[in-house]
Design a binder for this molecule. Structure first.
Ligand code: PTJ
Length: 261
């Protein structure tokens, strides 16, 4: 990695640090080159929403955590990008909610699964599933069909982050609840999930950890109430409204500065 330190005063400091984490992950064999491209797509959406957690995303995160705490066998599915960007928060969320961690990769190699598991263990995980697998997602042809019998296969709820388009549909067909974190409200994953948190995982995961600390002290009835009546399609429409509103505000700002010149 180019050893140039990024000044904290740089307006894009956070974004540049994220890029560095991904490049480091790439050099260590955790992130695939395609993951760098995928991150770029995410960055574009993040830029448009103003690189902040929208109120709708905070609400989705709360519902998601309530569902994780209510689930019998929740599993956090981890890919290369997530492991590089938020390993400590994945471990913390697993500890706060009792969810298992499983490495599940689109560009799967056994060596990479092991590397990611070791990386998560270095960040405090005691158990990481994914090395032992069955071809357990009927109809799914990608490498993501390889799931641990004690993990995703058995799960009643799966948290997925930065997904390619096809898995959520098949997990849903298996009767599982799917929570997705995806900055792109147009993606198939975002559309197919039960709850989509349209936020950068670098903000969503820390928020979920904090929410879990509070929500785990609540009775299951109040968690059920919190999660009830959530409509993901309506929420996605609200996200798209936010994007539209922000674009219009930016265009109006330019028009008004233009008219002053
Ligand atoms: O590690 P592997 O082998 O499992 O491969 C992982 C990648 C990411 C390469 C694979 O899942 C993939 O190709 O994903 P896609 O189809 O590019 O989808 C990734 C989605 O995540 C896109 O909709 C992006 O907008 C979104 N995204 C990218 N970065 C972030 C993000 N969402 C939240 N936070 C981010 N930081």
């Amino acid at each position: 990695m180019t050893e140039i330190s990024i000044p904290k005063s740089h307006p894009r400091y956070r974004s540049l640090i994220e890029r560095d984490l991904l490049v480091k992950g790439f050099e260590e064999g955790i992130v695939v080159p395609q993951g760098l491209i995928a991150h770029g797509r995410g960055e574009a959406f993040d830029y448009i929403i103003g690189e902040r957690t929208l109120p709708e995303a905070a609400r989705a995160a709360e519902v998601a955590v309530a569902m994780m705490l209510l689930a019998k066998h929740p599993v956090i599915s981890v890919n290369g990008n997530a492991a590089a960007l938020v390993p400590q928060h994945i471990v913390a969320l697993s500890k706060e909610t009792g969810a298992k961690i499983e490495v599940n990769l689109f560009y799967r190699t056994e060596a990479r699964v092991r590397k990611i598991a070791d990386h998560l263990k270095k960040h405090g995980a005691t158990e990481v599933l994914g090395e032992k697998f069955i071809e357990g997602v009927p109809g799914l042809e990608s490498e993501r069909r390889k799931v641990d019998p004690e993990g995703i296969y058995k799960a009643d709820l799966v948290l997925v982050m930065l997904e390619d388009g096809d898995r959520t549909e098949f997990l849903k067909k298996m009767g599982k609840t799917v929570i997705a974190i995806d900055l792109n409200p147009f993606s198939r994953t975002a559309r197919m999930a039960d709850v989509t948190i349209m936020d950068n995982i670098t903000r969503a995961l820390p928020l979920m950890v904090e929410l879990a600390k509070t929500l785990k002290t609540k009775e299951s009835n109040s968690l059920k109430e919190l999660a009830s009546g959530y409509n993901n399609q309506t929420k996605l429409a609200e996200y798209i409204d936010c994007i539209q509103k922000r674009l219009k505000e930016e265009a109006d700002k330019l028009r008004s500065t233009g008219s002053m010149r």
